[in-house]
Design a protein around this ligand. Structure first.
Ligand code: TYD
Length: 222
């Protein structure tokens, strides 16, 4: 048997998400993703779109349990952490995301495979290629049509998060710097499928840029 080539998220032939549209927000902790997800969902809904918002980890009952173990449980070894994040996504894609896309829904996810490549691959130093291959298998080759990366320096994210930190957020700034660079590297590899937005700009400004790109993509699908 010949060994399959390591899949590259930026270049692989993803499964088509038609008739739906698959959008993703990525970025470090405290980058303002949740606000942007909400603003985009509200705008697209006002424009008459059927929108499903979900988040990783979580989004399904099993995902909620995995999320609890990962973010609020005791120590989890780095490889186990990577596998648990992958398990959450596999279940999530099968149960929620694929069915929604199949009936024409716009799916907006707060984090996806790139979070694992950045956090487990770069942050935990498990290697981007291995994590990419693991995630590729877990999601059955389904990748977003467009990913928005909200970029903020590690110290800005830390300030915004305040005093409350989950297991990953409590990592040192060096970890979060590696994560940030991980996202920027992924975006640079496939500029047609990523939009990097400055997360320090006023939320309405970031939203206007994201909405314009989403509408452009939806317009092309008509
Ligand atoms: P969450 O509370 O959802 O953070 P945020 O609001 O910043 O998105 O916590 C998710 C945490 O899990 C976050 O620190 C990033 C991390 N994570 C990974 O390490 N790998 C992954 O594959 C995913 C999806 C998230």
């Amino acid at each position: 048997m010949t060994k399959p080539e390591t899949p590259h998220l930026g270049q692989d032939s993803r499964a088509s998400t038609a008739p739906g549209l698959f959008l993703c927000f990525e970025g470090g902790d405290g980058s303002g993703k949740s606000t942007q997800v909400r603003l985009l969902r509200d705008a697209l809904t006002r424009h008459g779109r059927d929108v499903l918002v979900t988040r990783q980890p979580g989004g399904t009952p099993l995902g909620a349990q995995i999320r609890d173990v990962l973010l609020h449980g005791d120590h989890v070894s780095a490889r186990a952490e990577a596998l648990l994040f992958a398990a959450d996504k596999a279940h999530h894609v099968d149960e929620l995301i694929r069915p929604a896309l199949a009936v024409g829904t716009v799916v907006i996810t707060d984090r996806y495979t790139d979070s694992s490549i950045a956090y487990q691959g770069a942050g935990r130093d498990l290697g981007a290629d291995d994590i990419r291959a693991l995630q590729h298998w877990a999601v059955g080759g389904l990748f977003p049509d467009l990913t928005f990366v909200l970029d903020v320096p590690a110290e800005v994210g830390r300030e915004r998060r305040g005093e409350v930190h989950d297991r990953l957020e409590s990592e040192a700034d060096g970890f979060h710097d590696a994560v940030r660079q991980g996202f920027l590297d992924l975006a640079a590899q496939a500029p047609d499928r990523y939009v990097v937005l400055d997360g320090r700009l006023p939320p309405e400004e970031v939203h206007a840029a994201a909405l314009a790109r989403a509408e452009e993509l939806l317009g092309r699908r008509r």
